[in-house]
Every structure is written in C-alpha cells, then in structure tokens.
Design a binder for this molecule. Structure first.
Ligand code: SAM
Length: 229
C-alpha cells in the first residue's frame, strides 16, 4: 500500500531529519507505512567536485545564496515520484497555521525546499515553486526547522496517524475553540488540586466544565493585548 502522504525535503542537512522523526507520532506513522519521509542532500546535485551549492549574491552584499542549478535538478527529480506541491520555506511566505496544515494534509505529498544562508535564488521560486510558506514572523538560519514543523503538524492530520481520533477532535484549532486544560494523577501536588468536577465521575458535568474552560481560554486569547516589547 502506498503511504497516505509522502514528504520529500531538499536540504543541505539531510542527516538532521532522521533523529527528529525517529520517535513519537510521526515516527510511528512512518513505521506503519502511513507517512514516508525522504531528506535529499542538495549537495548531491552540485556540479563541481567541491559540491558547492551556494555563491555570492549578484549586486553585492553579505553572505551567500543557494544556486539555482542544484535546486532545479533536485526538485525535478523528486517531482517524478511526488505529485504534491513544491513548497519553499521562506520567512516572507504565507503564514503556516492549522487551516493550511489541514489543506496540505489532503495532498498526496509535499516537496519541502529548505533555504540557507541569505536564501534561495529567486528563479527557483519563479519556475519551480507552487507556494512559499513561513512558520512565523522571525528569521531562522535555515528552512529545516520550518519543514519539520510542517511535517509534524500535517502528519497528525492524516487519517489513521493518530491512534485515538478523539485527541485530534479536542486539539486547539481543530474546531472554533482552543483545547481545555488537562490534568492527570496525582489529584493534589504541592498544594495544587485538580478541579473537583474532574474527580466526580459525572461525565455530563465534566463535558460542560471542559467546554466552559475551552471557551474561557479562547476568549482570553482573542482579547489578550500583545505584550509590549
Ligand atoms: N535573507 C532572507 C530574508 O531576509 O528573507 C532570510 C534567509 S534565512 C537566514 C535562511 C533560510 O531560512 C531561508 O531561505 C528560509 O528557507 C529559512 N527560513 C528562515 N526563516 C523562516 C521562517 N520564518 N519560516 C520558514 N523558513 C524560514
């Protein structure tokens, strides 16, 4: 059976993906064949014997830019077996959120292209990319962490990946409301008690309490002023 979703990542650091996804939800989904992940070493597509994938920016300025040829060739090779959209990770891209994660989880695969240094030669965006995605308004040193965030958030939305579908339904952003507070044993720890209603065994009251708490959290966040910086 083919995987439900396949991630192909283009990166200069392919070795960092294995350890991150060796365990946990995505690791289990990979072991079960539901999710497939391959990190491709961009340097394999370099043209010179030093395997150089970057060069100085036209027009001057500091740093290096990822060259177009290795990226074009890597993406074209991957496209032969991954029909999903090609996504460039970029700080100025459209903002990744749960809605976009849901949309991407419906794809057969994603091709995630990680920039480094000063970024990616813009011709890759012009000719090869379907969309550009950012995980937030800050600048990372590379696209790898952003790709990992997307792989994790998208994978858990693929049907069958989470063992207990309930945990998806109760997640923050799954519906209109954020998740409610959770507690586990012991019932009291350092003077902090678990709310009595959760110990009552009354499922109707527990459900009502959870809904009220989720509502409170949602309203608090919606109305919360951004902290001064
Ligand atoms: N000079 C670029 C700019 O200001 O737009 C920033 C380059 S950044 C140091 C190197 C790479 O990290 C980018 O090409 C991109 O792949 C990745 N990156 C940085 N911040 C990101 C973010 N917020 N979301 C997704 N990718 C990001």
């Amino acid at each position: 059976m083919p995987p439900a979703i396949r991630f192909d990542v283009v990166t200069v650091f392919p070795e960092i993906f294995g350890p991150v996804f060796a365990a946990g939800v995505v690791g289990r989904a990979m072991a079960r064949g539901l999710v497939q992940l391959e990190a491709h070493d961009l340097r394999r597509y370099a043209h010179d014997r030093h395997r150089q994938v970057d060069d100085v920016p036209y027009g001057g300025g500091p740093g290096m830019v990822l060259k177009p040829e290795p990226l074009f060739e890597a993406i074209e090779e991957i496209k032969a077996h991954n029909s999903g959209p090609v996504i460039l990770l970029e700080p100025w891209g459209e903002r990744f959120d749960q809605g976009l994660a849901r949309e991407l989880a419906g794809e057969p695969g994603l091709v995630l292209v990680c920039g480094r240094y000063e970024g990616i030669d813009d011709r890759v965006r012009q000719a090869q990319a379907d969309r550009e995605v950012s995980i937030g308004d800050y600048v990372l040193s590379g696209g790898e962490l952003a790709a990992m965030v997307i792989i994790d958030a998208v994978s858990r939305l693929v049907p069958g990946v989470l063992g207990d579908e309930e945990s998806l339904a109760g997640d923050s952003f799954a519906g209109d409301e954020l998740g409610h507070p959770q507690y586990t044993r012991p019932a009291e720890y350092r003077g902090l008690r678990v709310p009595e209603v959760l110990l009552s065994g009354n499922h109707k009251e527990i459900e009502a309490w959870r809904r009220a708490q989720a509502r409170r959290r949602t309203l608090a966040r919606a109305g919360a002023p951004r902290p001064e910086r």
